[in-house]
Write a protein that binds this ligand. Structure first.
Ligand code: UD1
Length: 363
């Protein structure tokens, strides 16, 4: 889909607001600013230092031009606040296009603002589907994919999905910017400690898991059955849930609880772990790229290529007791016997390809 230049400024607006989006914004800002003026808008969906400021620091992201201070709220007021405040920025700056990333409430709010203001929309990380209509992120990405003029798909399968759904926008297979960031920063991560004992890296933050006491309790019980110690950096949502459900005392002695870790510490932990156990999309791919076996605590994943090649296995938290330990052993054995090739999501030049696709759209 071509876009007529009209009266708009030649610049772009990049809208982001959660921890993984700040990571991706780091490379996008750099490659887009080499070609256009870019206004950076941080919605403030994530505001704690560990989820926001620390990422800016570690990744050298310049401060945003606008910090919208949306903060935490129920999904409707949170999305509405993103939409209203982003629309104010768009009316002031009149960009030629707006970019949103992924599938969060910040993504949806930013996309709706662009659409209502009649500004062309670019969706980075388009075409992902887990097939779970009730998952908030699945609803967000489906809506954004219908609104977008340019759909930047991280994989061939995501691009094929958009074509199959007859998405109205232009589809470009660009690869995943998260790989660009990883390649760039891996050399800043200290080498693994020799002789360090094996451990499992565990994270859980999604609503499906953290709003269900039974699932959280099941996960803790299953971690206690592992013959490995576990490192558990806690997202604030999960910390609140463990407290509210009176589950803090059920954390097994073999589990070391930490504050949320920065990007570089997370990369080191994913690389050095014997296994990653997570419900995070970012960690699933980082494990896949770094050669660490992964178990995803969900029924489905939108990163299906990681499962198809054997790098990742699905096990919902509720089903984990009695099974997680066996699956960990199986995944570690598979990794030794059949290592996978980590190229399903591009070669680390996604940001450049996205800039090329935007250039073609605006020409
Ligand atoms: C959001 C995304 C999720 C993404 C995740 C990345 C949506 C629907 N979900 O989930 O897809 O994987 O970001 O981390 O947008 N909180 C704090 N401090 C913060 C931010 C949040 O304490 O800086 C707590 C609050 O209690 C808040 C809760 O975490 O209510 C949930 O935060 P929210 O922004 O709604 O979603 P995430 O769970 O972070």
């Amino acid at each position: 889909m071509r876009v007529s230049p009209s009266h708009r400024s030649g610049g772009l607006v990049l809208c982001y607001g959660t921890r993984p989006q700040i990571v991706k914004a780091s490379v996008l800002l750099e490659s887009l600013r080499a070609r256009w003026p870019v206004v950076a808008v941080d919605t403030g969906q994530h505001y704690d230092f560990e989820l926001n400021g620390l990422l800016y620091q570690q990744l050298g992201v310049p401060p945003p031009d606008y910090f919208l201070e949306v903060g935490s709220a129920a999904p409707v007021p949170q999305t509405a606040a993103v939409m209203t405040r982003t629309a104010d920025v768009l009316r002031t700056r009149q960009p030629a296009a707006v970019l949103v990333i992924g599938d969060t409430n910040s993504t949806l709010g930013g996309a709706l603002a662009a659409s209502k203001e009649g500004i062309p929309l670019v969706h980075v990380e388009a075409g992902l589907r887990s097939g779970e209509p009730d998952l908030p992120e699945e609803a967000n990405r489906r809506v954004v994919d219908v609104l977008a003029h340019l759909l930047c798909a991280p994989s061939e399968a995501a691009a094929a999905c958009l074509r199959q759904e007859h998405a109205p926008g232009t589809v470009a297979t660009t690869g995943d910017v998260a790989r660009d960031v990883l390649i760039r920063h891996l050399r800043l991560v200290p080498p693994p400690r020799t002789g360090a004992p094996p451990f499992a890296l565990v994270t859980a933050h999604r609503a499906a898991l953290t709003s269900d006491a039974g699932s959280l309790a099941a996960l803790l019980a299953a971690l206690g059955e592992l013959d490995l110690p576990a490192l558990l950096p806690l997202h604030p949502r999960t910390r609140h849930a463990l407290r509210d459900f009176n589950l803090l005392a059920r954390i097994p002695a073999s589990v070391e609880v930490r504050e949320p870790m920065g990007y570089l510490e997370t990369l080191a932990a994913v690389r050095d772990a014997a296994v990653v156990i997570t419900d995070s999309g970012g960690l699933q791919r980082e494990a896949y790229w770094l050669g660490t076996p992964c178990i995803t605590l969900r029924h489905e994943t939108e990163w299906r290529e990681t499962v198809e090649c054997g790098a990742n296995a699905l096990l919902p938290a509720m089903a984990a007791p009695g099974k997680l330990s066996t699956l960990v052993a199986e995944q570690r054995r598979l990794r030794r016997e059949a290592p996978w090739s980590p190229d399903a999501y591009g070669n680390g030049r996604a940001a450049e390809r996205i800039a090329d696709a935007i250039g073609a759209m605006l020409d």
